[in-house]
Design a protein around this ligand. Sequence first.
Ligand SMILES: Cc1cc2nc3c(=O)[nH]c(=O)nc-3n(C[C@H](O)[C@H](O)[C@H](O)COP(=O)(O)OP(=O)(O)OC[C@H]3O[C@@H](n4cnc5c(N)ncnc54)[C@H](O)[C@@H]3O)c2cc1C
Length: 482
Amino acid sequence: MSPAPHTKPSTSLASRIRSILGAERTLDRPEDLALYQYDGSIDIALPDVVAFPQTTEEVIAIVKIAAELDVPLVGRGAGTGLSGGSIARAGGLMISFARMNRIIEIDLANECAVLEPGVVNLDISLAVDADGYFYAPDPSSQRACTIGGNVSENAGGPHTLAYGVTTNHVLGLEAVLPDGSLIQVGGKSVETQPGLDLLGLLVGSEGTMVLVTKIIVRLMRKPEAVKTALAIFERPEHAGDAVARMTADAITPAAVEMLDGVLLRMVEESCHAGYPVDAGAVLLIEIEGLRESVDEQVEQVRAACIASGAREFRLAKDAKERELLWKGRKNAFGAIGRVSPAYYVQDGVVPRTQIAPTLSLILDVARRYNLTIGNIFHAGDGNLHPLICFDPKVPGELDRVLKAGDEILEHCIAVGGSITGEHGVGMEKMEMMGRQFSPESLAMIARFKKLFDPTCRLNPGKALPTGHGCREIRQVAHDLRY
Ligand SMILES: Cc1cc2nc3c(=O)[nH]c(=O)nc-3n(C[C@H](O)[C@H](O)[C@H](O)COP(=O)(O)OP(=O)(O)OC[C@H]3O[C@@H](n4cnc5c(N)ncnc54)[C@H](O)[C@@H]3O)c2cc1C
């Protein structure tokens, strides 16, 4: 299934890797490789070998073997990516960072932590919770996804609204280039680092420029007070209006998440979070800060929601109720598995004032393509996640799903938004890049990629559209879908 345009016989690759990592940390049997053909997207392709290094030195050694044999390379965290980023599209060597998962240092005096790339996102906050600190970027997949994957995708999450995305919290990186050389970028005191902002360039480079082997992240002090509210609306457009109204009234909650009626019913059936199943939409709103200011802000948020037509504004009474409300949001994707054999999650961005009209457009798209589409998203950032349900066994259904998804993204571009908010371009949205960027801008991005990866072996066939990538993969992404 997977194209391997320039892979040397995988047996020599496997035996060379095995000589460094041993048999237990080198996979090349088809039944072992099969698991690694997936990530969280609908794309699939088989690697030739999967390797599990435990140290930076081992990463360097196996990357040098891949360079010598001229085989493609792809890094892998937990494989929760939603754009095909960690799929070995051209075969070759997959480097899993699952066994590089140590928290190397927690330095509270400098409010930072030094991590291996395989550390699970939530484990960072858990490690410093008792000291009153947390790591801010909180993807909904945070119980599984790794910091290496977060850095590569520049992951966001519900609290991005107040705290920013991964790039705002990475202070330093250690990384291996595709020829095996090691670079250091930034450090614990990144504000005083001289020179180009290479951190800014590498965070979000989707595993196409370097393999990250160490990460220094910023730790934040936990807020003094937190309140969580559920605003309930008859119509999704009214919830969209409320988001725009909060911004216009200069209110910035820590998080504003929206679930529409379709998703509410699916999630409530599975998670029993206390969501109203008869509503058109809810906003899950979190307000944080100093104790005195939080109550005042809650009242401002309540007023904005009521003015936009909320039928009820419910404040969680205690930590248990807060947790339950968030449990519904964070487990929503899993809940869909109970009602649909598969789903395709889109990731577009629109200006906040365009949320309400965009929700109407998505309803219309669902009707025209005869598909069920639920919406769950980071409304405060205008970052939409329409979830399109489908059955891969129904002939032609996936085609309709892809066309519906494209139509939604075209709309995002047309209203001044973007084709991805946090899930990356990967192999899924490569061709859409040509609609978002001019040929000159794409050529510039390709030149940056080649500076780091002149032989174009690192995660080929990702992020740049056909004609702009440096080593073209003949099959279009659609041929690599189940
Ligand atoms: C249920 C669910 C909810 C989600 N919610 C969110 C959300 O709220 N916000 C959000 O931003 N995303 C979300 N995601 C998407 C996904 O979890 C993120 O993109 C996450 O950052 C991927 O991390 P990972 O460890 O799974 O990486 P993978 O999927 O394994 O890899 C992702 C990319 O990173 C590269 N990579 C991984 N490790 C390294 C490394 N050490 N060096 C170089 N490249 C590397 C891979 O090559 C690939 O290109 C969600 C996914 C799911 C399934």
